[in-house]
Design a protein around this ligand. Sequence first.
Ligand code: EPU
Length: 418
Amino acid sequence: MRAITVEGGRRLRGELTVQGAKNSVLPILAACVLCGGVCRIRRCPRLDDVETCGAILRHLGCRVCRQGEDLLVDSSGMDRWDIPDDLMRRMRSSVIFLGAILARCGRAELSYPGGCELGPRPIDLHLLALRRLGAEIDESGGTLRCRGEGLRGTEIVLSLPSVGATENAMLAACGARGTTVICNAAREPEIVDLQRFLQKMGAEVRGAGTSTITVEGGRRLRGCCHRCIGDRIVAATYLCAAAAAGGDVCLKGVDYRHLSTVIAALQQAGCRIVSRDRMIRLTGDGALRGICPVRTAPYPGFPTDAQAVLMAALLRSEGTTMFVENVFQSRYRHVSELARMGADIRLEGRVAVVCGVPRLRGAAVRATDLRCGAALVVAGLQAEGTTRVEEIRHIKRGYGDLAGDLARLGAEIRETEI
Ligand code: EPU
């Protein structure tokens, strides 16, 4: 079993280029099946979730090969429309293949998706969107059997702006005849990136980044080349790491506007942050203060994916900070692990209150999900002694080389076999 070992107390210094965004590349890889041609995905991060996508695509009959930072997907030989249960369970995003396969093949068969345990993660809105487009979905026996030979464009109103349901609706709508309007769509930058990819394929999609997305379906799609946006959550993680450890860090390859709420929170905590174009520079001495309540919300609100790493950065702050998790029902599994390191966090339902403590101590802790793992590393950087983060397979799902990147910035951190 592999672990990440951190010796706390080192300042971070230097420059780093942020990886391509996981939550952009996963739906884009699913979208590759729409065209029946060759797509080149540039700046495709090396992640376990990307591997899982590759395995799904190969199972469907596509050819997938890596060329350095690029991933090539040739979907011309696609001859299956099912996804085996073991691949579905490996990650939540596997469900995005549903809309894409349905649009390409007129049918799809798969089971319910797995992914990080963040409380109940239903897919009712995904299914509602597909049914609105005319798909017939049988959910008996844990398998989703979908038929949709003649999908028709329509209005789809989402009761909440689900990222995944918006993506599934966009992909299925590309294969539907006529106009689809998705109302109350998610506005995340990753949705805008998916729209750009679909447009390059020849799809008529507009409105991403706003709450109303329109798709003129039935266009003939072709292979294309696309470079993914930088990962704003990975960038948020490195900013929080530098804020907690102190130092001078410059991140490149990420749009600072995608991080405005995270940057504002860290500035309020006492960090100096300068950003322009695709560069963010943070300087600080590691002494932070408590900030106004942090309430997670769909984009452009504070990202739920950055809640754990910001909390970890504030553990030694002067004063208190309240967190309110509004997106997922149960996304505080990092709290009990952080407590092992001496953190003082009071938890009640969706609210967590961090009371800053003078020092944290290294401990053996477990990454219970992806962002929990990243938060434990951020805590380890500022703790006295050694922190050993176990079960790092969760971290590998979303960070190409968390330990290596932080080591390059001067942290004493490495991956070890235990
Ligand atoms: N929801 C429903 N019904 C649905 C779909 C969602 O009730 O059919 C609820 C969820 O239970 C949740 C809320 O809506 O409470 C938001 O879920 P959403 O569908 O927006 O999230 P997602 O598509 O499953 C993506 C990211 C997550 C990120 C969320 C929110 C990907 C691959 N995953 O998940 O990323 O937390 O949006 O921004 O894009 C991560 O990277 O660590 C991660 C978990």
